[in-house]
Each structure stands twice: as C-alpha cells, then as structure tokens.
Write a protein that binds this ligand. Sequence first.
Ligand code: FES
Length: 566
Amino acid sequence: MALSDRSGIDRSLTAYGDPGFSRFIRRAFLASAGFDEDDLARPIIGIADTSSDYTTCHRQMPEVVAAVKRGVLEAGGAPLAFPTSSLPEILLSPTSMLYRNMLAMETEELIRAQPMDAVVLVGGCDKTVPAQLMAAVSADLPAISIVTGPMTAGHWRGERIGACTDCRRLWAEHRAGNLDDTEIDGIRDELCPTAGTCMVMGTASTMACLTEAMGLSLPGAASAPAPTGARLRLAAETGRCAVRLAEQQSRPSGVLSRASFLNALTVLVALGGSTNAVIHLLAIARRRGIPLDLADVGDIAGRTPLLVDCRPAGTGYLEDFDRAGGVPSLLVALGDLLDHDALTVTGETIGERITTADRPAGWQSSIRSLEEPLGPAGGLAVLRGSLAPDGALIKAAAASPELLVHRGPALVFDSLGEAEERLADPHLEATPAHVLVLRNAGPVAAGMPEAGSLPLPVGLARAGVRDMLRVSDARMSGTAYGTVVLHCAPEAAVGGPLGLVHDGDLIELDAAAGRLELHVDAAELSRRRAEWSPPPLPPRGWRRLYAQHVQQANLGCDLDFLGPEG
Ligand code: FES
C-alpha cells in the first residue's frame, strides 16, 4: 500500500523503511501531546492556520481556529491545526503576489505530507485564500474554507470610512493639500477599527465571496463580520462539515467544475469585485485542468450587471452586504445567470442554496435586482489590441466614464521607482489627457505589485484633476478605483509591446469595444524591438525561481510546473 493511501493518522507515514515502526513512533509522539487510541481512531482534520502577528487582519484567527476545532470534536473528528506562512498584504515587500505561489506550494505539500482525512483552510487576507484553494485542488483531499471575516466600518467626522478605498481617496485629498497632517492622522486611526479583513469589496472580500459561490465554503461564510458570533458559529459548523467531508471522501475534484468557475465569474462582476480575482480564478481552474480563459471573463462581464452596492464600485461596506443576506441573497438575485447544477461542499447544488436562501427584509438596498441594477453590464472589460495582444483588464465600474474612450500621448515610466519620483515632481510636464504608462511591473519583472493605479502627477492633483488613464503590466488593489488598464500581457519584461512605448506615442482605449491600441507603425516598432533587451533575472532564491517559471497574467501567474500537466 502506498504511504498516502492509508487513512487517518496512518496516512502519509514517515519513511523509516518499517511501517509498523512508523505507526508505533507516531503514536508515541502523539501520546506526548495527550492523544490516545480513541482520539487517533477518529477522522483526522487538519486545520491550515495563517495566523501571524504581521497579518493584522488575521488577529482574531486563533478564535476562529478554536471554533473550528470545537466543531470537529462535536462531529467526532480529531482536529490538528498546523501553521503555514501568512501573507500580510500591507506588510510584505515588494508585493504579496510574489508569495502567493509559495504559500500554495507550502500548503499543498503540508496537506500531502501530514496525516489528515480532510483539511479546513483558514484564510482571509488577499492572497491567502487563493493560495489555499490552489493547494487544496492540487492535493485533492476533502477541503473546506473559512475566512477570518471582514472588519466593520469606522467613523470620522460623521462619515463612515474603512480600509481601503477610503485610505486611497483620503490620502489623495491629503496629497492634494485638502487634508492637513492632524486630519489625516485622525483618519488613519479609524480606517481599520476592528479585527478582520478590509471591509470593502477588495481582493480579500471578493475571494471570500467567490469561494462561497464556487461552493467551497458554507452559505454566508464570506461576509459575516470578524468580530461577530456569527463568524464563530460558521467556523464551528465548518469544522463539523469537514468531518462529514472526510467520512464521505468528498474532494474538490468532485465539487468543482467549469460551471463553478463561470458562476464565480458572474458573482465577481455582480459584486464589482477585485480584478485580482480574475488572475486567481484562472490559476485555480488551471490547477484542475478546467478550461477557463479571458474570453470567458469578457463574455460573462458583457452580460452581468453590477448588483452589489459596496466600495469601490458602490458606496456601502461588507457589513451592509452581510445584513442584506450576503452571497446567498446575491445568488438569488442573479437567478438564471448562474448554473444551478454546480455542486457545493455541503452536497447541495447552487440551485438548492438559492431555494433555501433566507433574504432579510430590505435586502435590495445593498443587493439590487437584474431589472434595476446598480450599474450596467460591462463593469469589467477584457481588452486586446496592439498594446496587449494576450489581453488586459479594466474595471470600468470603478473608472471615470468620460475616460473609457480616450486617446492621448504616453508618459512612460520604466519602473515604479522612477514613477514615484517623477509623479511627485510638481514641475513634471503632464496634462490630464496624457496616458501614464508603467512598465517592468509585471509578474516576471517585479512579482506584479498593485502599482497600476499610479498616483496622479502632483501638480495636476493639486489643480483638481482626480483621474487619468493609466496603463501597466501591474495589478491594482481591489480597493482602488480610477481609469486603470491592468495586467497587460505579455508584460514588458518578456518582450510585450508595453516595453516599446516611447513618450508621446498615441495610446487609444475603447473599453466598450475591448480595444487597447498603440498607434506606432510596424516598421518603427520593429526597429525598437531590435534594440530591446530583457532585464536581468534576480540573482538567487525564491525570486529567481519565480521569475524563471511564473506565467503571464492571462494564464493566472502560476508557476509553469504546477499545472495538472506538470
Ligand atoms: Fe488583509 Fe486588507 S490587508 S485584507
């Protein structure tokens, strides 16, 4: 019998060349931790814990893990929590995206290498949830996700504020000279007032909602605020559910289908969710060999309106969405735009979850109907053209409508450092019609930081300009807004046309038509290409491995050896 074919505590035996000894010594060490034969005869439920002092949004995760353990015990299982890396969005340099695949690999290997019959994935901050899902679908052991839950909103001078759409908006006002140092300090202390993840529809909230829409968490699990008892009750029920999954050997491969991912894309657009989620969904689908590409994103975005009133595309916060019934209410509102036959970890179909969804009174104040949406279809647009042959994205729902069709001269920055320096120069020659181009910020060059929503030239910001067209091979925070073209593929560092743009070249965007063009003739582009050379690889370690193997944004930025074929 292969080591990994055993179950319970005898699964994944340490290779001493004597399985009997491996079982014996394993029990000896577990006895030292208080486990007896009765404990070890139960289904073993691993709990992947991403607590870290650095990940402040996970600070009440120990309570969530304790509640999961209680649920596991109540259902007759034996819980064993294990720490993994954590990815604090705000405290990682240069970007947490550089480490998503590292966490995915680590989690997958620990699920495989340690004895467990099912795993509960406890995540929250932006990259933790997609990394855990990538790991779970590759390991293909019974798995269920629970997130730490969103913060509740803060207040400043009578206004509700919260991380981090307001962080960016109010910092821009400070930068433009409209808020003084004392005011911005007062705001700072109200932006993150409780435990939990960012309480707007940023990447963390978006991925939590998409996980629920794909059926990999319990109904309502995405939005219950972190400080509430509801969050802990969901955690305990998640623990109980994990034991049932272990007993039934219900694996992600039996739950996830192409329909699951198309449903997730539909929910993403209706949420006005983070553009980062597109990269993550592509990566998760590719781990299972499920066909999904940017054409699917474009098709679904073209027929799905914005329904959820949550920042940055709307005005509310996650607590409002939760009070309106969260994802279950949204699934009801989306109705026939969803595939009702898609499965979930509880054994129900999405259609059955829709039928049993409990919609609170007044739910449509936060979740609109298809008949009266908050915004039209096309809130997310896939772009192609001479500047992005393999595709790019724009979150049209968070852009300035008058810039969605725009033609203007390029103002090019070769690196984020150069952009930071020149955009802070009040003498930079720029007009509101310029197109700010940032390159060498893609996955290979820089790990793809959330630098796409470049600050405006400070002189223009002080003159009252609040938006300009920006184009890059970087990403953008899900909490950000503005007319920002992202994920240009191929990126400049692998020879994409973005690397050939010169100051003054005309760039044209037509978001509704899905076009992004660089108006430079072919002969001139050939001449520039002959002079181009790639940047050097990082000298060592994870960054070198990453740069050598990471795929482009249109493929999900996974490492090329981690797909099903690898
Ligand atoms: Fe962790 Fe925003 S910083 S969710």
